[in-house]
Design a protein around this ligand. Structure first.
Ligand code: HEC
Ligand SMILES: [Cu+2]
Length: 353
């Protein structure tokens, strides 16, 4: 995989913004889309059935709109060239023609047909994606949007994690789709992993559903796509598509709790004695804070703060000292621990594999 996908995402987004339409067109036209050289969030590189359906629809719409564009601009250029002012112009008004039933019927009926066709095709794709029956091997995942992170639950397996979702790879021969139930703990969010599926909102007091089925193992990046507050931009998603064995191993690992050991003992006490335990859960040490991410297997994740930074010892320490250094507006307060307490808490967190 790419070395630091978090940072790459930003660079790529920036380049996408500046490169804009040129980049987009070149991707479509050159068929550079398959090998994914541009971006780990490339909408033209679908890798899951719903994303394929949407990409195909997008190509169809692009084709039709490109044809309209070419026709209209072709006519404009033709008229401008043909009827331009010439040196021997006699200065007279050209004959004025009002109303032509044939022409007016044509430019009323053709757009109506275009709009109806595009609506029907879109409705069919929506239906196709939504009405898929759930096979027995399907994985159920509940996702709860929080300002500004994702709570992820596997109710069948009793696993809770955050921000980094593991799902099995599936194929037509061995379907293993993952069905997502989307909820929100606060405001509206939107779950979007462009290479896997379309956007679906997470709305308070409502359950929305969607499904994904990555075809190839790897990491797929996404992002909250509904403005949800100050740190909406750093509410990133990582979907790890694992081969079935690797997925089962991951689940087994998540089901076990870190053994309390001597190295982490002092830090664990601090964690329990400070407010950390009110907002965070670490299974096996009591307390069930749900305001912040579950930390039971913190060290099994590659990033901190929903993709805000990489999960390293230094970043962990810096995060606890001052979370808003990484994520201004974050809802975790700076905990003002002394240097030695901070070291001990970090030492403890590092044991949460
Ligand atoms: C008021 C509630 C609150 C308290 C108290 C709190 N946190 Fe947090 N913490 C959060 C929230 C919310 C997040 C998620 C921030 C985000 O990504 O936007 C978070 C994120 C984290 C993360 C990153 C987790 C991840 O997977 O991204 C770590 C590590 C962490 N907190 C450790 C601590 C420690 C250690 C303490 C005590 C010294 C503590 N927190 C106290 C609310 C809290
Ligand atoms: Cu959000």
């Amino acid at each position: 995989m790419i070395e630091s996908p978090i940072i790459l995402t930003f660079q790529r987004r920036a380049s996408l913004a500046t490169g804009g339409i040129v980049l987009l067109c070149s991707q479509v036209c050159c068929g550079a889309v398959r090998s994914d050289p541009f971006s780990p969030t490339n909408i033209f590189s679908p890798a899951s059935p719903p994303a394929h359906a949407i990409a195909n629809l997008a190509y169809f719409v692009l084709l039709i709109t490109a044809a309209i564009f070419a026709t209209v601009f072709g006519l404009i250029i033709y008229v401008v060239a043909k009827y331009r002012r010439r040196p021997n112009d006699d200065g007279k008004e050209p004959p004025q023609v009002y109303g032509s039933n044939a022409v007016e019927t044509a430019w009323t009926v053709v757009p109506i047909i275009v709009v109806v066709v595009l609506s029907l095709v879109t409705a069919r794709v929506i239906h196709q994606i939504q009405e898929v029956p759930k096979p027995p091997g399907a994985v159920d995942v509940q996702i709860i949007g929080h300002q500004f992170w994702w709570e992820i639950r596997y109710p069948k397996y009793g696993v809770v994690t955050a921000n980094e979702i593991h799902v099995p790879v599936g194929s037509a021969a061995e379907p293993r789709p993952t069905f997502l139930e989307l909820r929100s703990a606060d405001v509206a969010h939107s779950f979007w992993v462009p290479r896997l599926a379309g956007k679906t909102n997470l709305i308070p007091n409502r359950v929305n559903t969607m499904w994904i089925e990555p075809e190839r193992a790897g990491v797929y990046l996404g992002q909250c796509a509904e403005y949800c507050g100050t740190q909406h931009a750093l509410m990133l998603i990582r979907v790890y598509a694992d081969d079935p064995d690797a997925f089962d191993r991951w689940i087994k690992g998540q089901q076990q709790y870190a053994e309390p050991n001597a190295i982490g003992a002092a830090g664990r006490e601090l964690f329990q004695a400070n407010a950390c335990i009110n907002c965070h859960t670490v299974n096996g040490i009591g307390g069930a804070g749900r305001f912040g991410p579950d930390l039971t297997h913190l060290m099994s994740r590659a990033t901190l703060g929903s993709g805000a930074t990489e999960n390293t010892q230094e970043n962990l320490r810096a995060w606890i000292m001052q979370p808003d250094h990484f994520k201004p507006g974050v809802l975790m307060p700076a905990m003002n621990l002394s240097d030695s307490d901070l070291d001990n808490v970090v030492r403890y967190l590092l044991t949460l594999k």
